[in-house]
Design a binder for this molecule. Structure first.
Ligand SMILES: NC(=O)c1ccc[n+]([C@@H]2O[C@H](COP(=O)([O-])OP(=O)(O)OC[C@H]3O[C@@H](n4cnc5c(N)ncnc54)[C@H](O)[C@@H]3O)[C@@H](O)[C@H]2O)c1
Ligand SMILES: O=C(O)[C@H](O)[C@H](O)COP(=O)(O)O
Length: 378
């Protein structure tokens, strides 16, 4: 039992946060990008997404005792500062990893159809093999695809990894899933710059759904101008919420940092923070995640003449995000940045592939490998 109610301040873009957290006390919602120290007065628990910089400037005058971010990434959180103040902290590792993997598969199958190649004939390179990259690896391998892995921190104690240079030269499709780190032995800021881009094969596809500054965007645009056969797929941008319109126009598929935006992933993220706060307060976790996930929307389709890409598009269609972001590119910078945030704030309810049961599957192992459910026979 709590001896007093806690005041909770949460980003307005966290579905079900009031339902999940109201047992601790009143929940106030605010736009995360604009939080100021004044908003933190009287707040005990702060729940954010990746657009809030949580640091001394925001928290110095506050009594906040616990900070949670409903995201995988933590580059917006000054964790040493929180530790120095004894402020509890949790992120939500893995919460939206399946959504990112499904974004990657959807984009790749779409580009494969547009360019007329079979995805299984390509070699895939994954840079950063953690929650997201590891799940992508498992799904690609379940489909029988060839996968190269680069993850120097893991390679210190594990087998099976190649150098970044080797991967860039050998892979046809390169997927970036590293965190953003600016310092240290494995810093990832501009991990992919002029030299690295120069090693890509002519027909290479490079996809970034990690953090924008992991690729030097100016270098990407420059090489994009001289090597027209390279394909770029970008969900994240170097100066978000600003988007370089020239670069976006050079990309095959663009989106406003929504690769992980499945409804399931967002609820999972919020729920993981609920569990973390319960642990921090030494309280039992009495709620269940299933209670908050929309089970009733599970759908069943007959495969019939539908291709795998068409099945994917029944759940998630990256062309929608691509179209919506492109509509904003000609706006003046301030309006374009606001539009970027609005697209994220008003994001549609997107489920994950596992919400779709497929009956009459033409290739059951492929359907399962992608992440759909096979409908029970009979
Ligand atoms: N676009 C989106 O919507 C979205 C959604 C979720 C996560 N993300 C981003 O993706 C990142 C990865 O997520 P995750 O859950 O897999 O994180 P994770 O921490 O589980 O895995 C990251 C992996 O990258 C490796 N790594 C670190 N430095 C590296 C380097 N220099 N080169 C190669 N590998 C390196 C780590 O060893 C680790 O295995 C997050 O940090 C977040 O920034 C984006
Ligand atoms: O790190 C993450 O989990 C993702 O990048 C996350 O989906 C970002 O979304 P945001 O927190 O900005 O809403």
């Amino acid at each position: 039992m709590l001896d007093r109610k806690l005041n909770i301040l949460a980003d307005e873009n966290m579905p079900q946060v009031e339902a999940i957290f109201s047992r601790f006390g009143p929940v106030t919602l605010k736009p995360g990008r604009d939080l100021t120290p004044a908003d933190l007065q009287g707040v005990d628990v702060l729940l954010v997404r990746s657009i809030t910089q949580v640091n001394e400037a925001l928290l110095a005058e506050s009594r906040v005792k616990f900070v949670g971010t409903a995201t995988i990434g933590t580059d917006h959180i000054d964790q040493p500062y929180l530790a120095s103040r004894g402020i509890g902290f949790s992120n939500a590792p893995g919460c939206n990893a399946d959504a990112v993997v499904e974004y990657v598969l959807s984009c790749l199958y779409l580009v494969a159809e547009q360019q007329g190649f079979d995805p299984k004939e390509r070699t895939y390179g994954i840079v950063g093999v953690g929650n997201v990259g590891g799940r992508l690896q498992r799904r690609l391998q379940a489909l029988g695809y060839t996968v190269l892995l680069n993850d120097p921190p893991r390679a210190r104690s594990e087998e099976g990894f190649v150098s970044l240079d080797h991967l860039l030269k050998q892979a046809d499709v390169i997927c970036l899933h590293t965190p953003l780190t600016e310092t240290g032995e494995y810093a990832t800021q501009h991990l992919i710059a002029d030299r690295e881009l120069g090693q890509l094969q002519d027909h290479a596809i490079i996809l970034n759904a990690g953090r924008g500054p992991v690729i030097d965007n100016d270098a990407l645009l420059a090489i994009g101008k001289t090597r027209p056969s390279l394909t770029f797929i970008l969900d994240v941008w170097e100066h978000e919420p600003a988007v370089n319109a020239d670069l976006a126009e050079r990309c095959a598929i663009v989106s406003p940092h929504v690769a992980g935006y499945s409804f399931d992933g967002k609820i999972r993220g919020t729920f993981m923070l609920y569990q973390a706060l319960c642990n921090y307060l030494n309280l039992p976790c009495s709620e269940s995640l299933d209670h908050f996930l929309p089970q009733s929307e599970l759908a069943c389709v007959e495969q019939g003449e539908l291709t795998t890409l068409e099945l994917m598009q029944k759940v998630f269609d990256p062309r929608i995000d691509d179209y919506m972001l492109r509509q904003t590119l000609a706006l003046p910078e301030t309006e374009q940045k606001q539009a970027f945030d609005q697209l994220r704030k008003q994001y549609r309810v997107r489920r994950e592939f596992s919400s779709l049961s497929v009956s009459g599957a033409k290739d059951p192992s492929q359907i399962e490998g992608i992440g759909f459910k096979l409908a029970a026979k009979g």
